[in-house]
Design a protein around this ligand. Structure first.
Ligand code: CA
Length: 370
């Protein structure tokens, strides 16, 4: 913006601000067409989540959002958080918010892959981008615009609401020395990772969160993935599995999301809309930091208390899994034109950023950090 034009806008803003405040009780719209600041009107929202109530990091992130919005708006917007199943079943959150039964929800986009495979690109892609890279795509590489476009079809506006970072590769009661070791392996692994496992000859098993421990202990499944040391410790997998493999090729940086009913968001005065965006950005930052901080602590605890081994997947195993993953991602991209458009943006960005990441982040981890 040119300096002269900027100064003119500042002058106009200063001039209308007092008027907006004094007329706020009478009119929804200022003469300029912009929504007024209505200090008296209070909004009460319901926020769904796809997590159990108070779930570490993810449920806490939703509670933090509610607290921040309440404090930043001086109580003009209050958001009551519901755990998955408290108001509607967890996996009905998307439709409920789309229909306006609740105003918003926190979640992860891969839960909605049944609507269109395109949703997967806004959660995680096996062998895809990590937290830092996918963040750069969303915020600086056109990803958010595509996300907005996809969700606008459902009357929703999405926001990045944290990231898990690279997840653990999973808990195994069988050694993985070659790709043949996946043959007949029964593993609880959802989404695209499960499809990759099946290409390698394994069976992807669905288990509800509460049943995974018993299924692994009794040999109903040979392996499971979950999240990372903090959450996996609380599940107790280190007590019953022989090996924890890493890295989590299937979830290299799962984006968490906040989606808001678009009409409800747009009906808020502008300042409350900015408060919602600002609070979401704070939570986005907090969630990844909390994952990293807690995972460091709990990895140490597992090493001290667990009777199991940490193992790295052999390079040749990962190379072959990458080939299977490329086939799976190509199938997702070919599902429909929107999926193709999002994949092309995602893949182009990944190829652009990788040489830079290799020269800096990867070199730092490999050569500088001990
Ligand atoms: Ca996982």
């Amino acid at each position: 913006m040119k300096r002269k034009s900027f100064l003119k806008k500042v002058a106009i803003a200063s001039a209308i601000a007092p008027i907006a405040l004094t007329t706020s009780c009478r009119s929804e719209e200022a003469e300029s067409g912009a929504p007024n600041i209505q200090t008296s009107k209070k909004y009460r929202w319901k926020m769904l989540t796809t997590w159990p109530p108070k779930f570490p990091v993810l449920g806490e992130g939703a509670e933090l959002f509610s607290k921040l919005v309440s404090e930043m708006s001086a109580g003009r917007l209050e958001i009551k958080v519901f755990g998955g199943g408290e108001l509607v079943p967890a996996l009905e959150a998307f439709d409920a918010v789309s229909a306006g039964m609740a105003e918003c929800s926190s979640s992860a986009a891969y839960y909605w892959a049944g609507k269109s495979p395109a949703f997967q690109f806004f959660a995680t892609v096996p062998f895809g981008m990590n937290a830092q890279q996918v963040n750069a795509w969303l915020k600086g590489g056109g990803g958010q615009k595509l996300w907005d476009e996809l969700y606008a079809n459902y009357n929703l506006k999405p926001f990045a609401f944290g990231n898990s970072g690279v997840q653990a590769g999973g808990w195994y009661n069988r050694e993985i020395n070659s790709i043949a070791d996946f043959k007949g392996l029964k593993m609880r692994i959802p989404g695209l990772g499960g499809k990759v496992l099946e290409k390698a000859g394994g069976t992807a098993v669905l288990s509800a969160g509460g049943e995974i421990y018993t299924n692994l202990e009794r040999g109903v499944i040979d392996a499971t993935e979950w999240i990372g040391p903090y959450h996996d410790y609380k599940m107790g997998f280190h007590k019953i599995a022989k090996y924890c493999y890493f890295p989590g090729w299937h979830e290299p940086g799962t984006v968490l999301e906040l989606f808001i009913n678009k009409k409800k968001l747009e009906s808020l005065p502008t300042d409350l809309q900015r408060i919602v965006e600002g609070a979401a950005a704070i939570v986005h930052d907090w969630v990844l930091a909390e994952f990293d901080a807690q995972n460091g602590i709990y990895l140490q605890k597992m090493k001290e208390e667990g009777n199991m081994e940490f193992r790295q997947f052999p390079d040749e195993v990962l190379q072959q899994m990458r080939t299977f993953a490329n086939e799976v991602v190509t199938e997702v991209a070919d599902a429909n034109p929107m999926s193709k458009k999002i994949f092309e943006s995602y893949d182009k960005f990944r190829k652009q950023i990788t040489p830079w990441s290799n020269m800096t982040e990867k070199a730092f981890y490999n050569q500088l950090q001990q």
